[in-house]
Write a protein that binds this ligand. Sequence first.
Ligand SMILES: Cc1cc2nc3c(=O)[nH]c(=O)nc-3n(C[C@H](O)[C@H](O)[C@H](O)COP(=O)(O)OP(=O)(O)OC[C@H]3O[C@@H](n4cnc5c(N)ncnc54)[C@H](O)[C@@H]3O)c2cc1C
Length: 496
Amino acid sequence: MASVHVTYKIFKVQSRLTLSRAKPLAVLHPASAEDIAGLVKAAYESTHGFTVSARGHGHSINGQAQTTHGVVIQMSGSRGKRLVSGKPALPLVYEKEKYIDVWGGELWIDVLRSTLKYGLAPKSWTDYLYLSVGGTLSNAGISGQAFNHGPQISNVHELDVVTGKGELLTCSKEQNTKLFRAVLGGLGQFGIITRARISLEPAPQRVRWIRVLYSNFSSFTKDQEYLISLHEQPASKKFDYVEGFVIVDEGLINNWRSSFFSPRNPVKISSLNADGGVLYCLEITKNYDESTADSVDQEVDALLKKLDFLPTSVFTTDLLYVDFLDRVHKAELKLRSKGLWDVPHPWLNLFVPKSRISDFDKGVFKGILGNKTSGPILIYPMNNNKWDHSNSVVTPDEDVFYLVALLRSALDTADEIHNLDYLSNQNRRVLRFCDEAGIKVKQYLPHYTTQEEWMDHFGDKWGQFYQRKMEFDPKHILATGQRIFRPSFISSNVAL
Ligand SMILES: Cc1cc2nc3c(=O)[nH]c(=O)nc-3n(C[C@H](O)[C@H](O)[C@H](O)COP(=O)(O)OP(=O)(O)OC[C@H]3O[C@@H](n4cnc5c(N)ncnc54)[C@H](O)[C@@H]3O)c2cc1C
């Protein structure tokens, strides 16, 4: 067994935005992939048994990166040599091949900083960059580029993974294929990603960032669906990013995801004739650089002409590509300064099939939410053919599906609608509504507590998910905070 040169510290590990806390037996700050392999092997071979959970940046909200019966591996911020004997140190940009090799705990913001030195950047993003590569690849990693490039898990060439048996394996579509597919979107169940090879493209210099408003939901979704249908068109004939959000609050359109509309020029829903008190904002961007700067206005205008938004509601700004990608961090800093970041976030993220999105609008945005919200509500469609369904992630079974993200923050205020119980209860009502209305949603960043619920979540894919688990983590040691499998050494009457 490889020797493990680590210090174990015992302390409480918690997510910053989490709804739960757990105390592990120890925390490992690995200096290399081999440290991780040594620890997992020790857990696998141990007679008493202990669990091992990789913690990326600890941003999942339901304790998915925690464990009470073993060791948490702190992947982000491990500033060790990040070496496997005989292999070069990371990060490593391959300029000609257009990919980068990064440590599994690297934050996406640091991936971006490394690639920009070569004029390159990853193609597919999350809205927030202070997330780890291993953490987002264990889910999917989505943002407004996903309609075009697919999720982040569709943009990975190769991984190094420590399986639940403590083997350190390289996998790709050609080599150890089953492991590669299992790990992408695999919720940390099959192995710990220690290295990822991520696809790159030439980095744009600037971004034209545009928001337009709709009072009519079907016009809004028709336009979003039209824009994502252009994914096979040349770059000049499509936007680079398509998202959107719902505005149910009377008052400012601003929210923490949107440092965009000027606070001195607040947009009031009442001034825009919103249907049912709800407005919809389409958010699009066009990337450009010196060589395309002259044509960007024309290209944007040609695309906007095809859309049916409220004519007086075009808001445009222009910024550096890196500032656009890092936009949510700016909002984070503002919230932190007001003490509003480290609060519980009872978030609910759903993939909603296109055929039922208007029922969802009526039942949830115009129904259950009752014109009040405590945070941003994102809504944008994606093309299912950009997702590789041999990976572990599950999506609705339609060509197009929407992400609907209720990203609310719970506050301890007198106003009941902002408190944690109220918002958690509202999330349950949303799920119940979908169930009763037969809207076949899939949770993104899923959270369930029983295996029956997980079986239902994975549907037809459950058998394959289970088999892969038996092969790569037969003792159910890894990522027990997801509560999918119970470790073989923990009896059923002990809480996970
Ligand atoms: C402000 C904010 C904005 C967000 N925006 C987006 C967004 O736009 N798009 C999007 O897709 N998601 C978004 N997310 C969700 C985010 O992608 C997930 O919560 C992700 O899991 C967080 O990454 P992390 O590094 O903090 O992972 P953690 O929470 O630390 O871990 C998540 C899971 O992955 C496992 N894991 C962690 N590292 C590894 C590894 N190296 N190998 C194997 N398993 C591992 C853990 O054990 C755990 O089960 C956002 C989250 C926040 C807080």
